[in-house]
Design a protein around this ligand. Structure first.
Ligand SMILES: [Mn+2]
Length: 340
């Protein structure tokens, strides 16, 4: 995996149309696993998971994508594989979901090995709308408390035909909570990516600044770039508070099961023209989910259209919004966070 992919949270996407490409995707995924120092056994497992998910897409869905990214938590490396399709859906999953889906059982759709080999597995399927599956594998077992405490779902992909991604995101677990940054460099391609890489490098140097300080400081640091739409967030679960500062088109929404609450950004371009940087505080209820996205995703989505999805793995939420609301003519980022 290239350096940029690691530093900006970029995902890699493999379209699946027929069985022909499965071997190539498997080789790519295994190479990635080795890049992040998975051992022989762990890389082998990634190969099996990718083969199973890709073969299923080719067999059961009209078309689909596997989306792969490097994940990291408290210094431990991992890989996430998302399977995303608009196929017929899996009929028996509905029943599994009623009873509360257990990763112990196999849904009997050729997902047996994926369920068994994944450290984290979740699936969401709707008849005639399609299926999304998340599989995460970690190099070292993470404590269960750690895993239930915070959940991140993310998709960050360049516009079709571009290698460089102008979007990016970063996250830091601080002593008091989470710090996030989402950046959409103006335009797309290399020049857009330069602005985002600079913003994220800046975030990573001193991530625990307040969102307001972060926005001011990145604004100064990006003067030589083309500029970016940027949003910074701090979540302090113990104070049940989320602080947001945004300039430009980064959308943020807090979902807590009541009316969705949109986060307010100001107009401008970070690095060039910024009229106002202001922090706004929002309540962060215990079971809240934060969805942030660049304008590569339409803002017309409603999570109510997907019964029960808010309670599912954040990666499934990100994958479904990407599948159904990507505009297809820009880089796209969807970041979903739950922190209790
Ligand atoms: Mn954009």
């Amino acid at each position: 995996m290239n350096e940029q992919a690691l530093s900006t949270g970029m995902s890699l996407m493999f379209p699946i149309g027929d069985t022909g490409g499965v071997g190539e995707i498997r080789r790519g995924a295994v190479a990635m696993a080795k890049d992040i120092h998975f051992d022989e056994t762990q890389s082998g497992r990634i190969g099996i998971i990718v083969t199973e998910l890709a073969s299923n897409l080719a067999k059961h869905a009209t078309s689909g994508e596997l989306i792969i990214r490097h994940i990291r938590h408290r210094g431990v490396n991992g890989m996430e594989i998302l399977s995303v399709d608009k196929g017929p859906g899996i009929a028996d999953i509905g029943k599994c979901m009623e009873d509360g889906y257990s990763t112990a059982g196999s849904p009997g759709t050729g997902l047996g090995a994926t369920v068994r080999l994944s450290d984290v597995f979740d699936i969401y399927s709707q008849e005639n709308k399609g299926t999304v599956i998340v599989s995460q594998s970690w190099a070292k077992k993470l404590p269960a408390t750690e895993m239930s405490h915070v959940q991140i779902g993310a998709i960050c992909l360049p516009m079709h035909g571009e290698k460089a991604c102008g979007d990016g995101w970063a996250l830091h677990h601080g002593s008091e909570g989470l710090h996030l940054l989402v950046s959409d460099g103006l335009g797309h391609g290399i020049i857009a990516a330069q602005a985002t890489i600079a913003a994220i490098a800046h975030f990573n140097e001193t991530p625990e600044r307040t969102p307001r300080e972060m926005m001011h400081s990145v604004h100064q640091a990006l003067r030589s770039t083309r500029g970016t739409a940027l949003a910074a967030v701090a979540i302090k679960p113990e104070e049940a508070m989320l602080t947001f500062a945004g300039v430009g088109n980064i959308a943020g929404t807090i979902l807590d099961g009541t009316k969705p609450r949109g986060l307010a950004s100001y107009n401008g371009i970070v690095g060039h023209q910024v009229h106002k940087i202001q922090e706004i505080q929002y309540p962060w209820p215990e079971d809240a989910v934060l969805v942030m996205h660049s304008d590569g995703l339409s803002n017309r989505w409603k999570l109510e259209d997907y019964p029960g999805l808010r309670q599912r793995h954040c990666s499934l939420i990100a994958a479904i919004l990407y599948r159904d609301y990507q505009r297809g003519r820009d880089d796209v980022t969807v970041l979903v966070v739950r922190h209790q």
